[in-house]
Ligand binder design. Structure first.
Ligand SMILES: C[S@@+](CC[C@H](N)C(=O)[O-])C[C@H]1O[C@@H](n2cnc3c(N)ncnc32)[C@H](O)[C@@H]1O
Length: 238
């Protein structure tokens, strides 16, 4: 089971109650829009959103960038697509996707890596590199690079079933410095655009997965001392 949570669609649109969730999702749309405006002049482009869920990010970006036209494709393991999103959906694994090399002017990867197995994360980065023709934007949720172990260990305990609603088969909050090491090894030309630390990861879990009071308290307890997440955004130049 690798459920994204009962309130995931609202969360991915940026419609959240908690400041932590807004900081994660709502704030990334103006940042992505600015990066796109700085790097691509208004025109028609191909866009691939890897791990794009039901199209929430694409839908928000299309609204934020009315001067652009995108031929958009979403690849996600999960089925379903929101009504009215102007994009094609391919249900499948990013790692085995059949898109040709350099087939997307713009590739997006927002908060996908930590929700797959640790050993798959570099393979996903390699697909970003392979498919990207011009630029990619990677936004990542990870344990703080200066002290990653506490959150990495606590989150594995959360997902092991101690909080039943959060039980999942895989996932790992790899720290940003490790992601950068992998990108270097893959020969990716990356530039860090933003790095911030968002407090109260427990609030994010509580809201996104609609935890009851007992599960919310257990989550807070397990995350005690490491209840926050580092958000890093990179632009990749092909
Ligand atoms: C936290 S959600 C983020 C959704 C979306 N990118 C956003 O920011 O709104 C992570 C998504 O990545 C997808 N995912 C993770 N690993 C994947 C893989 N190897 N292939 C396809 N989808 C994957 C999950 O199914 C899930 O929909």
């Amino acid at each position: 089971m690798n459920f994204q949570g009962q309130n995931s669609t609202d969360a991915f649109h940026g419609k959240s109650q908690s400041k932590a969730m807004q900081s994660l999702y709502k704030d990334s749309v103006p940042l992505f829009a600015q990066i796109i405006r700085n790097n691509l002049k208004p025109s028609k482009y191909t866009l691939v959103d890897f791990g794009g869920h039901k199209g929430e990010l694409v839908s928000e970006l299309l609204s934020a960038l009315p001067e652009y036209e995108f031929d958009s494709t979403i690849i996600d393991k999960g089925e379903g697509m929101e009504a009215g999103v102007n994009a094609k959906k391919i249900v499948g694994d990013i790692i085995n996707n059949s898109l040709p090399d350099k087939s997307a002017d713009l590739v997006l990867l927002r908060y996908v890596l930590p929700w797959d197995a640790y050993e798959n994360q570099k393979l996903i980065l390699n697909e970003v590199k392979r498919v990207c023709k011009t630029i990619a934007i990677i936004q990542h949720q990870g344990a703080p690079s200066d002290n990653p172990k506490p959150l990495q260990e606590a989150s594995l305990r959360l997902w092991s079933g101690l909080v039943p609603t959060l039980k999942r088969d895989h996932g790992y909050f790899t720290e940003a410095t490790k992601i950068e090491k992998w990108m270097q090894e893959l020969g990716m030309n990356f530039e860090k655009v933003e790095e911030k630390y968002v407090e109260t990861l427990s609030e994010m879990f509580t809201e996104k997965f609609h935890l009851n009071a007992q599960e919310a308290a257990a989550t807070k307890d397990i995350l005690k001392g490491c209840d926050g997440i580092s958000i890093t955004t990179w632009i990749i130049h092909a």
